[in-house]
Ligand binder design. Structure first.
Ligand SMILES: NC(=O)c1ccc[n+]([C@@H]2O[C@H](COP(=O)([O-])OP(=O)(O)OC[C@H]3O[C@@H](n4cnc5c(N)ncnc54)[C@H](OP(=O)(O)O)[C@@H]3O)[C@@H](O)[C@H]2O)c1
Length: 272
């Protein structure tokens, strides 16, 4: 199995690549320096030279607030870049797996979003990722679009909170934005399973089960690690940011991953 992995240096890529090693699959791990997906000429040149069996497309412009301030860059990476990668899949007639986001929904639902629910992103990041989904669907039939949310892993939110706990005793976190914290390792395992089992193509929602606010999530991190940090709950409106966030972004996960609290406990058990 020869796989192109875009975004391999990111949070999810760092968790996924060791699993690909374990499977004994050959893969080409790329970041923006090795292979800029927005450089259509370069993508076309590479496309004609390599031989591939599968593409895992993780690369994305993921900073939600920066996307709001720089929509052209967000669309360039998330839409044009995805179109370029989808064309490689088309040219080689190979499957592509694209990781997308809960931000394709507006957050007005009161129940978990199903894969068939209408999308309606309210920020540039969500709009550009949805545009990426559409590029994939337009270009190829053999696709997996895997929407996930609130990923943590090496160097991500949970690790940052643990570092923070060494310096501060109090933190203010929003309590009116609800989603599902999800461990990048669980999503990586799911990606490998989809490929290995040749699961049916289509859209998948892959998150832990359950839901939480950012304040609940943060409290749980400190509780599990017995850190004496007080989490003060605040409203989103008390902490204005450039991009709007969907209020409720729980995905109806196609195949239940473990509940978010047990996954977090497992992740934290490996941390000092
Ligand atoms: N993190 C989350 O909570 C979350 C939730 C839902 C969905 N997702 C989606 O999951 C995917 C992976 O997320 P992540 O958190 O791992 O992202 P990340 O940590 O921000 O990493 C982004 C990756 O994309 C690469 N990249 C950015 N611009 C590129 C370009 N022009 N050409 C080639 N590569 C480029 C980066 O390479 P450099 O290192 O060279 O910059 C990096 O490897 C993204 O598509 C994201 O939209 C993430």
């Amino acid at each position: 199995m020869r796989i192109l992995v875009t975004g391999a240096s990111g949070l999810l890529g760092k968790s996924l690549c060791p699993l690909l090693d374990k499977e004994g699959w050959q893969y080409w791990a790329c970041n923006s320096k090795i292979f800029d997906i927005t450089n259509t000429k370069m993508v076309n040149e590479i496309m004609n030279k390599i031989s591939l069996d599968f593409i895992i497309h993780l690369a994305g412009f993921t900073n939600i607030d920066q996307a709001e301030d720089n929509p052209e860059i967000a669309y360039n990476v998330n839409q044009l870049g995805t179109r370029n990668i989808a064309h490689i899949a088309k040219k080689h007639n190979i499957p592509i797996l694209y990781v997308s986001t809960d931000n394709v929904f507006d957050g007005n639902s009161k129940t978990p979003y199903k894969t068939t629910d209408v999308t309606n992103p309210i920020n540039v990041y969500g709009k550009s990722k949805l545009a990426g989904e559409k590029e994939i669907i337009k270009a190829v039939k053999k696709y997996y679009i895997l929407r996930t949310s609130w990923l943590y892993g090496k160097g991500g939110y949970v690790d940052a909170m643990l570092t923070f706990s060494n310096f501060r005793k109090e933190i203010s976190i929003v309590n009116d934005q609800i989603g599902t914290p999800t461990c990048a390792d669980d999503v990586s395992e799911k990606i490998v399973e989809l490929i290995k089992t040749k699961a049916p193509y289509g859209i998948y929602h892959v998150t832990s089960s359950g839901s939480a606010s950012w304040a609940d999530f943060t409290k749980k991190i400190f509780e599990l690690k017995k850190k004496n940090v007080e989490v003060c709950s605040i409203d989103k409106s008390d902490f204005p940011r450039p991009a709007r966030r969907p209020r409720y972004c729980v995905l109806d996960s196609s195949d239940a991953l473990p509940d978010w609290e047990s996954s977090l406990e497992k992740y934290l058990a490996l941390k000092k």
